[in-house]
Design a protein around this ligand. Structure first.
Ligand SMILES: Nc1ncnc2c1ncn2[C@@H]1O[C@H](COP(=O)(O)OP(=O)(O)OP(=O)(O)O)[C@@H](O)[C@H]1O
Length: 656
């Protein structure tokens, strides 16, 4: 009974029937009105099958609303407005909106308004992220990006018979080079020397404030001949001068390098009359002052006793600050060798002081009025025609003349390094004038110079063979002794991390040599070279090493840069270098000037990952061969090593 009173789920109530009928009519009506273009009635959410609909939410089709608003009339602006409306009306996530649009936009609307439909804008797409190289290039300046790539294998023969007009170098210089055994210019020299010495070109004059020369930055591998690349042009340009002025300043990071570069100047420029001076602090300040300047200006018309000064930055600043007659205003060349190292040194703000000292005050560019009411002019063109003439002084002229053109310092800055920085911030400190970059390196096909500049993957001499030996820290000295004995690493530079480490290793090695049986008729001499030693002793040790009286020189990174000793056949990094720059300079003490050389790095097990990552980042890991030394190979050395170790420990114990 109760069941019969319940309405059957399939039977429809009267109200429902009425509702469905009305709905059907509404649909029918809508179809006909759509076809005739009339606007239908407002559509409600009446899809419920369960009874008369409740007016919950009203969803208005955007197309319909646009039509209601008389917006979609065909022209573009109206279409745009319609689209705007679409966006304002539909709310919620974009995905929902597009679905909603699909539902609300019946095909009939699109069909009926083909020419009014809004153009579909492409969905916004995210551009590919720029590569690391592209990003880094954004920081580089134009000169770096347009660097000239020089093939490291290119050479230029020095022809003694060529006449001066055909050759970049004068006959005197060529003859001198041939006498010294230099028959070809190396790659870096073939690029840089012609750039600096374009004969007859305005850049060759010593003083040209209206057309000052372009600055030059050079990145070339160790031992590739960068020193001659600047020494030769300086000698060529300065030797015709008549009046001695300080016209070339060469800044280097260490005293040893100053002495080395001085030697190159003296041997190459022999007989050319150039006066070379050095300032390193090795001698007393007053002694250096007496070597550099004269107070007889009234008689000689000059203050400088030298044409070329080679110095360390510290002592240079001392002279700028403390030597009253010392001036850099006549400089034609400022050479910063090992530039990346020197730019990292902020010592006494040396760079800013030097740059300020180079600038001539405005007056000094004008003809100088002498005490006699005359002016002296100096023509210092490269042709060697130097005249000091006295010309009556003209009254000041209000008219604009050529002399009113802005005048610049004629000083040309030359930067050299095997690991030249590409850091735009550091380069900017130098205020370079329209710099020209030369990069000497082999570039793999497809790779660009820029990539190398950015990645700072410095090039290593091609004749260098590199090895790494991964070992237990306690075995490191034994590994070194093994290399010395078995691999004949006996004309070598061994680099450690500190002077203490240097001293300890030398002591241990001496004890080891004393205790090991002499297998051959040779006594190996090993010495330490460190900052703890007085300068005179350091100099003497280097001399002995150059003369092959010392076989192995153990040192810290003090001499890892620039040192040129041709017979060094091996470089051992007893302690792993902390960065790729240090590695490049250390291994660059061998395989110089096209010679063969070998580099060994002793890597403690826990350092292996760091070392490999460093090499991989520099794109250099594949060039390094891993050498495995078995315990059996070490057995013949262990007895002497153990005794040496015990003796070393005893020597470090306090005696009481
Ligand atoms: N054209 C040449 N022919 C023969 N030998 C040369 C030539 N140019 C330079 N050398 C020799 O090559 C050696 C290395 O030169 P240099 O010291 O100038 O190298 P470098 O590029 O400055 O190296 P580093 O970056 O290590 O300072 C020197 O002994 C030099 O005399």
């Amino acid at each position: 009974m109760a069941d019969s009173q319940q309405p059957h789920p399939k039977t429809k109530s009267k109200a429902k029937k009425r509702y469905l009928k009305a709905k059907k009519e509404r649909r029918k009506h809508r179809k006909t009105s759509d076809r005739s273009g009339a606007l239908p009635e407002e559509e409600t959410d009446d899809n419920s099958e369960d009874g008369p609909p409740e007016k919950t939410s009203t969803v208005i089709s955007p197309a319909r609303l646009a039509r209601q608003s008389n917006l979609a009339i065909g022209d573009d602006s109206q279409k745009r407005k319609k689209r705007k409306l679409d966006h304002t009306i539909t709310e919620g996530p974009l995905e929902d909106q597009s679905k909603q649009a699909e539902v609300d936009e019946p095909e009939v609307v699109e069909d009926s308004l083909p020419d009014r439909a809004l153009p579909l804008f492409p969905l916004p797409t995210r551009p590919d992220a720029p590569s690391k190289t592209e990003l880094a290039l954004q920081g580089l300046n134009r000169a770096q990006i347009e660097a000239e790539l020089v093939d490291p294998n290119s050479t230029l023969p020095i022809n003694l018979d060529a006449d001066n007009s055909q050759s970049i170098l004068g006959s005197k210089t060529r003859k001198r080079l041939i006498d010294l055994g230099v028959n070809d210019l190396f790659a870096v020299q073939t690029a840089v020397i012609p750039f600096l010495l374009r004969s007859g070109h305005k850049y060759t004059s010593l003083y040209d404030p209206y057309h000052p020369p372009r600055d030059v930055c050079v990145s070339a591998p160790t031992g590739s001949g960068k020193t001659l690349a600047y020494v030769l042009p300086i000698i060529e340009l300065l030797s015709p001068r008549v009046v001695t002025r300080l016209r070339a300043l060469i800044v280097l990071p260490t005293r040893d390098l100053v002495a080395q570069v001085r030697e190159v100047f003296e041997t190459t420029g022999k007989g050319r009359g150039l006066k070379i001076g050095t300032a390193t602090g090795q001698h007393s300040f007053s002694h250096e002052q007496a070597q550099l300047v004269t107070d007889e200006e009234w008689r000689t018309g000059r203050t400088s006793k030298v044409d070329v000064l080679i110095c360390t930055p510290g002592r240079l600043i001392d002279h700028i600050d403390g030597t009253s007659l010392f001036t850099l205003r006549d400089l034609r060349f400022l050479v910063i060798d090992e530039a990346d190292k020197l730019l990292n040194q902020s010592f006494q703000d040396w760079l800013a002081k030097v740059l300020a000292a180079i600038q001539r005050p405005y007056e000094s560019y004008l003809p100088v009025i002498s005490r006699h009411g005359l002016r002296s002019l100096e023509d210092t063109s490269a042709g060697g025609c130097v005249t000091a003439s006295l010309v009556p002084q003209e009254p000041p002229n209000e008219l604009q003349t050529d002399c009113d053109e802005p005048r610049h310092s004629s000083c040309q800055k030359l930067l050299f390094s095997a690991t030249l920085t590409s850091d735009p911030g550091k380069i900017a400190l130098l205020g370079l004038r329209d710099p020209k970059y030369f990069v000497v390196r082999e570039v793999a096909t497809g790779a660009s110079v820029n990539h190398h500049l950015v990645s700072e993957g410095f090039s290593i001499p091609t004749n260098l063979v590199e090895h790494m030996v991964v070992c237990n820290p306690s075995q490191k000295p034994l590994m070194l002794f093994y290399l010395v004995r078995a691999q004949r690493v006996d004309t070598a530079l061994v680099f450690t991390k500190s002077s203490e480490s240097t001293a300890r290793l030398v002591k241990l090695f001496e004890l080891f040599e004393k205790n090991s049986p002499v297998t051959e008729n040779r006594k190996l001499i090993i010495r330490a070279y460190s900052s703890d030693l007085p300068p005179s002793e350091r100099k003497s040790i280097l001399e002995q090493f150059k003369e092959k009286k010392i076989g192995i020189l153990v040192c810290s990174d003090l001499i890892s840069r620039g040192l040129d000793i041709s017979h060094v056949a091996h470089v051992v990094s007893y302690d792993v270098p902390i960065d790729i720059r240090k590695y490049v300079h250390r291994v660059g003490r061998t395989a110089r000037a096209g010679r063969h050389g070998e580099a060994w790095t002793l890597v403690e097990e826990q350092e292996a990952r760091h070392f490999k990552t460093m090499m991989k980042d520099a794109g250099h890991l594949n060039q390094i061969k891993r050498v495995r030394i078995s315990d059996e190979e070490l057995v013949p050395l262990t007895a002497a090593y153990d005794i040496a170790l015990t003796q070393l420990k005893k020597s470090y114990q306090p005696h009481w």
